[in-house]
Design a protein around this ligand. Structure first.
Ligand SMILES: NC(=O)C1=CN([C@@H]2O[C@H](COP(=O)(O)OP(=O)(O)OC[C@H]3O[C@@H](n4cnc5c(N)ncnc54)[C@H](OP(=O)(O)O)[C@@H]3O)[C@@H](O)[C@H]2O)C=CC1
Ligand SMILES: Nc1nc(=O)c2c([nH]1)NC[C@@H]1CN(c3ccc(C(=O)N[C@@H](CCC(=O)O)C(=O)O)cc3)C=[N+]21
Ligand SMILES: [Mg+2]
Length: 301
């Protein structure tokens, strides 16, 4: 195997330690405890695991964590009422509604209802617009985590060719916007893209966010490229336990790439660390305090 493995689990642990330090400082100097509220609708087992992890890691970083579990059949109005209450709650600085939502609840309505200052997912149109137009709003956690891993590995990204596979509002589009802000030459590929393999082969940076297990083989990758695998796909195994794989075929890709993120242990843990970072940032902004800078550099030089 040729590629360096980008250890997102370790990077995320170090980042969370730095965040925890800043949270303690805020409490000691300003009597402020950043608070994260997570809303989970329904009982999807994977979502329950994520929500539990988010709450635990928030507490480990000395933040306050509030969890709300609503039944799968909850009417949309009840979700909107809860968000209105959290919007006005001074102990809550960040609100996350776990996606996907059941069919009777319109995700766009819900996202629009969150005060943009408390939208730590960065999904609200005000924040998406700020990212697209060069303003400073909340940046979606998964793309932000990917960018941190890229900068950790590559330093300056200016002039590099980046291909983003996937164009969702939560991963692909904000990822492309962030890479453009770093002065990459950005291509967004999707299910209608022609000659997808050739597009990928031009990429110095390849970010895969399609949700198709092991779709990207090693021979789509430029030798030495940096590969960020966002995909989280559960597949069956003969022992019946199942396992997680990414959107990239790790074994063949690692023979060609210069560096690659594993699944699990790559982008996923960085997503949660960035969620905590956004909550810290939101708390500071809501109290007119300066946002701590350089946490990523402090975390891993
Ligand atoms: N690690 C983490 O923290 C996170 C991981 N994820 C994972 O990332 C993956 C993507 O998530 P998300 O963006 O929400 O997914 P979506 O389903 O919303 O979007 C998938 C995108 O991939 C494109 N696509 C699908 N099939 C193909 C194909 N055969 N060839 C080319 N493009 C294709 C779609 O194209 P089109 O638009 O044309 O339909 C779409 O733009 C999932 O595995 C998800 O679980 C998501 C969030 C966080
Ligand atoms: N409003 C909203 N915001 C989100 O950020 C959001 C969401 N909804 N819905 C679902 C997706 C998915 N997502 C993940 C976060 C962490 C891991 C993660 O920590 N993964 C571990 C493995 C976890 C396991 O073993 O299952 C890893 O990759 O190492 C994965 C996926 C956030 N999402
Ligand atoms: Mg989606």
């Amino acid at each position: 195997m040729k590629a360096e493995i980008i250890d997102g689990k370790q990077a995320a642990e170090r980042l969370r330690t730095e965040i925890g330090r800043q949270v303690v400082r805020l409490r000691e100097q300003h009597l402020l405890t950043p608070g994260l509220a997570v809303i989970l609708v329904g009982e999807d087992p994977a979502s329950q695991v994520y929500v539990r992890n988010k709450a635990r890691q928030a507490r480990e970083a000395s933040m306050a964590s509030f969890e709300y579990r609503l039944p799968y059949s909850v009417p949309q109005e009840k979700v909107l009422e809860l968000i209105a209450r959290l919007n006005d709650d001074p102990a809550v600085h960040g609100i996350l509604v776990q996606l996907p939502l059941p069919p009777q609840v319109d995700a766009d309505r819900v996202i629009n209802a969150i005060r943009s200052e408390k939208d730590i997912d960065g999904f609200h149109p005000v924040n998406a617009g700020a990212l697209a137009t060069g303003g400073d709003g909340m940046v979606p956690c998964t793309p932000l985590g990917c960018l941190m891993l890229l900068k950790h590995r590559l330093g300056d990204l200016s002039g590099l060719r980046a291909v983003v596979l996937g164009r969702s509002n939560i991963v692909g589009k904000p990822m492309a916007a962030l890479l453009l802000r770093e002065s990459c030459t950005v291509t967004i590929a999707h299910s209608k893209t022609r000659d997808l393999a050739d597009e990928c082969r031009r990429a110095d940076i390849l970010v895969a966010a399609v949700g198709r297990p092991r779709m990207v083989p090693g021979d789509w990758i430029k030798p030495g490229a940096t590969v960020i695998d966002v995909g989280i796909n559960r597949i069956d195994t003969p022992d019946g336990k199942g396992r997680l794989v990414g959107d990239v075929d790790f074994d063949s890709a690692a023979e060609v790439a210069g560096a690659i993120t594993p699944v699990p242990g790559g982008v996923g843990p960085m997503t949660i660390a960035c969620l905590l970072l956004n909550t810290l940032e939101a708390a500071c902004r809501q109290h007119g305090l300066p946002v701590p800078q350089g946490l990523m550099e402090a975390a891993w030089g």
